[in-house]
Every structure is written in structure tokens, then in C-alpha cells.
Design a protein around this ligand. Structure first.
Ligand code: CU
Length: 483
């Protein structure tokens, strides 16, 4: 981490109101290389693993790489089985899995399976450190609904740096319920995975993790928008309707997604799987860590330009009118009509009835809004402290309140939770399904319900934390056991 002249920056920012509202991009040297835009859309390799004694086994090799984001230069990265990012792992609900994670870096790392319900010792959080040169091979069953999940580095105090370099990938899970629905599901034909991230580059075309005070406040952000490591790619689409599985894999950026022509699209899945019915929308916000699946109709033959508008904490970086061009969908032909939308999707049970404790979580910042501590219930993460234990099988109510002037996307390991209310009102339809990451705006109070089934372990904890990775690394995290 580069140490910028913090004293003078602190003085400068304090003079601007203390909330780091300065535009640090203006203070940086101008990069010498332009983003290589307009290349054909591409996805990470689809990897269905191999079968070994009835298990689906994935081999994941984490290593340094070089990837071309910019015209005329290669950038040093971290990748998993490739130069930047990892494969799209394809598996089926009910599978018995083994993940062989080989750490080819010169430093310790972990790999966390975000959104999966699994034993804490297999979770890949900060306690499952993999030494340089070592292989970690957790085994667990996929007790999930069909959906789009992901995996990423979660090393103690290094999560942000590792993900920034490229240590992340996608998991797509299928099941019988999803199979039976008339939805696009042919990878690369009508079903596409988009990992959205933004990055900034130094004058040498590199993307060192050089978080300054503003980055530690707002989360590291950049001016180059990437889809699967490509800047503003173009997809020539044959199919009249596409399914888009979108992951916000950014460190700190919230993306307000919409199309340039303001067209209607439909959300069909949230973090943990399909919604009860498609939800029509013209825009939607994805927080860091969140996934959603959408249907995009291209039957009219018109080009669709996906954009991500500045939202929340990134507005100061992008400017209030900041628009990022994400990618272009170019239909090869117009069609007479789009296929009918399914009226119903998954069967969503009501949230479980409370059988256990109600817990309160207060998000706050210390230091008068200056850089420093991001807290949950007044405390920073302590690697040696288990914050509480949940009895196995309990359905608990967790109430989150945000007293800070920033948005925080809260992620809870092990479970898919349900949102009972947001500020006393029922959740919007797009938030009424299975969630593992939830946006909590300034002054908001969000009530969650979840049940802790299957995996009691008094020793190994699960994490709950802000998914602005700089906040997580600064201590906005806690840990619990299921006993
Ligand atoms: Cu946060």
C-alpha cells in the first residue's frame, strides 16, 4: 500500500467537509495508455470439473498473470486458471464437491465460496489460510437452489488487494426446478455471465493496489469499466432473448444499471436463486458482492447499450453525471416477436418463522467521518474474537441499522436470508427472494430472517461484513459460530 502524504490530504479533505468528497482522480497523473474498447465480448471458460469417486472436483490454480486491458501494454494481474479472474464453475444442486485450490502466489491467501451453504471449515474465510505453494481441498455438498454464485479471495486484511488483482470467479448452479422453466440457459448462445468491475491504471499501465485515504473511505474505484476483464466489449447476439448473469465484482462501486434507450428488462433471480416471478424494470442498483440474473429482449433488432451510472459513494469519483459504458448488445436480426415471458419462476416459501434470537447490528464510523475505523456495534473485527454463537436450527432475526453517511452492502456467510422489511416497509419484489448481500443506505434499518441449518462447529466461525472490500479490511466485519 502506497503511503500518500496523508497529513496534507487529511487537511485538504477536512476542509472540504471531512467526507472525502474531493475528486482524487484529478490529482493523479494521466495514464499513458487508453483502454482497449470495443473488442468482442468474451467470458471466462466454463468448467464443469471432473468426476472422482462420485465427487465433482474442480482444480483451481491461483497465480500471477499478465492481461491486456489497455492498448499497447500488458498489466500484471492475479488469475485462477487464467491470467485475470477465474473460470465459471458449473455444477448441479445436490452435487458433492471437492475444490483443489493451489496457491501459486508468494503470499498466503484464501478462497471463499460466496453465497454457498456449507461447513464453516470449508467456507474459505480468513481462517482457512492457504500457504504459498500449498493446496487446500475442502469437500462439501451443494445445498443450494439454481443460481449464480461466486468465489473470491478473503485473506485477513488483504481481501481488497487480492480481488483488485483478479482473484475472483463465478459459480453457476442448475437444478430440476430451473430446468423445467422456459428460460435461456445455453452458455455462450443465449446465457451470458458478466463480471462487472472498474479499475484504474497508473502511467505505466499497471493497476497496483495503492489505496489512498479516499479509496479506504469509499472503496477502491477506477475510471475503466470492465466486463470479464474487457473494456466496453461488443456482443453480436443471435438469440432474440438473452439471459444475463451479472456479478458486481467491484471493490467499492455501486452500479445503477440501465440501457441507453431506457428499455425495459426483467430481473429473474437475486443472489441465491430465481425470484417468484420476473420483475420488470428500467434500472436497478447492484452493490459490490450482489448477483442478479436478467432477461434482455433483442427481438426489435435495436442495439442495446448497457450503462452503469454513478451511484452513492462513487459519485464523487465519477462526477454527478458519471456514466460508464458497460457493453453493447448488437442483435444480428430483428424478429417478429419476443418469446412469451414465464409468468412464474421458482416457488419461494415464506420467510421462516422466528424460533431464535433477535440481534441488532449497528454500522458506524469512528474519527468524525475521517479515514479509519468502520465498526459493527462499536467494534472492529478481531481475528481472535467470536462475536456470538447461534444454536443449530434456529431461525433468527437480524436488524441492521446504518448510522454512517455511506451505503454499506452487508454480506452474511453460510446462509441465504430473507429481507422482512426495509425501514418498516416490505421489501421490493426484486429483494423478496433469496439474498446473501443487502444494500443498507445511510439512516436505513433493514430486518433479515434466516435459519442456520446443518453444520454445527464450535471452533470454525462464519463471517458477516461489509462487502465494500476496503471497509471489510478496515474492520467492518464480525464472526459467529453455529453450535
Ligand atoms: Cu461498508
Amino acid at each position: 500500500m502506497t503511503l500518500l502524504p496523508t497529513v496534507s490530504r487529511r487537511t485538504l479533505l477536512a476542509g472540504l467537509g471531512g467526507l472525502a468528497l474531493a475528486a482524487p482522480a484529478l490529482l493523479r497523473p494521466r495514464p499513458a495508455y487508453a483502454a482497449l474498447t470495443g473488442r468482442p465480448f468474451a467470458q471466462p471458460a466454463l468448467d464443469a470439473g471432473r468426476t472422482e469417486a462420485g465427487r465433482r472436483v474442480f482444480d483451481l490454480a491461483v497465480a500471477a498473470g499478465r492481461h491486456q486491458f489497455l492498448d499497447g501494454v500488458e498489466t500484471a494481474t492475479t488469475g485462477i486458471n487464467s491470467a485475470f479472474l477465474g473460470p465459471i464453475l458449473s455444477a448441479r444442486a445436490g452435487d458433492a464437491l471437492r475444490m483443489n485450490v493451489a496457491n501459486g502466489l508468494r503470499e498466503p491467501m484464501t478462497l471463499h465460496w460466496h453465497g454457498l451453504h456449507l461447513p464453516a471449515a470449508a467456507d474459505g474465510g480468513p481462517h482457512q489460510e492457504i500457504a504459498p505453494g500449498a493446496v487446500w481441498s475442502p469437500e462439501f455438498d451443494l445445498r443450494q437452489k439454481a443460481g449464480t454464485f461466486w468465489f473470491h479471495g478473503h485473506q485477513h486484511r488483504k481481501t481488497a488487494e487480492h480481488v483488485w488483482a483478479g482473484m475472483a470467479g463465478v459459480i453457476r448452479i442448475s437444478d430440476n426446478e430451473e430446468d423445467a422453466l422456459p428460460l435461456p440457459r445455453t452458455h455462450g448462445e443465449d446465457d451470458f455471465t458478466l463480471v462487472l468491475q472498474d479499475r484504474r491504471f497508473d502511467p505505466a499501465g499497471q493497476m497496483p493496489y495503492d489505496a489512498n485515504m479516499h479509496d479506504r473511505m469509499a472503496g477502491m474505484q477506477g475510471d475503466v469499466m470492465l466486463v470479464n476483464g474487457l473494456a466496453s466489449p461488443v456482443l453480436d447476439a443471435d438469440a432474440p432473448r438473452l439471459r444475463l448473469r451479472i456479478l458486481n465484482g467491484a471493490n467499492g462501486s455501486f452500479y445503477r444499471l440501465h440501457f441507453a434507450d431506457d428499455r425495459v428488462f426483467h430481473q429473474i433471480a437475486s443472489d441465491g436463486g430465481l425470484l417468484g416471478a420476473p420483475v420488470a424494470m428500467r434500472d436497478t442498483v447492484l452493490s459490490p458482492g450482489e448477483r442478479a440474473e436478467f432477461l434482455l429482449d433483442l427481438a426489435d433488432g435495436a442495439t442495446a447499450q448497457l450503462r452503469a451510472e454513478a451511484f452513492g459513494a462513487e459519485a464523487p469519483v465519477m462526477g454527478s453525471a458519471g456514466i460508464r459504458e458497460v457493453m453493447t448488445f448488437r442483435p444480428k436480426a430483428a424478429r417478429a416477436s419476443a418469446p412469451a415471458l414465464p409468468a412464474r419462476l421458482a416457488e419461494i416459501a415464506p420467510p421462516p418463522k422466528a424460533t431464535g434470537e433477535t440481534r441488532s447490528f449497528m454500522l458506524s464510523m469512528s474519527g468524525m467521518g475521517m479515514v479509519g475505523d468502520f465498526l459493527i456495534n462499536g467494534r472492529q473485527y478481531d481475528h481472535a474474537r467470536i462475536d456470538f454463537s447461534v444454536p443449530l436450527g434456529a431461525a433468527e432475526t437480524w436488524i441492521w441499522e446504518n448510522t454512517t453517511p455511506m451505503i454499506h452492502p452487508i454480506h452474511i456467510h453460510d446462509v441465504q436470508f430473507r429481507i422482512l422489511d426495509r425501514n418498516g416497509r416490505p421489501p421490493a419484489p426484486k429483494e423478496a427472494g433469496l439474498k446473501d448481500t443487502v444494500l443498507i443506505g445511510p439512516g436505513e434499518k433493514v430486518t433479515l430472517r434466516m435459519r442456520f441449518d446443518d453444520y454445527a462447529d464450535p471452533v470454525h466461525p462464519y463471517m458477516y461484513h461489509c462487502h465494500i472490500l476496503e471497509h471489510e479490511d478496515a474492520g467492518m466485519m464480525g464472526q459467529f459460530t453455529v453450535v
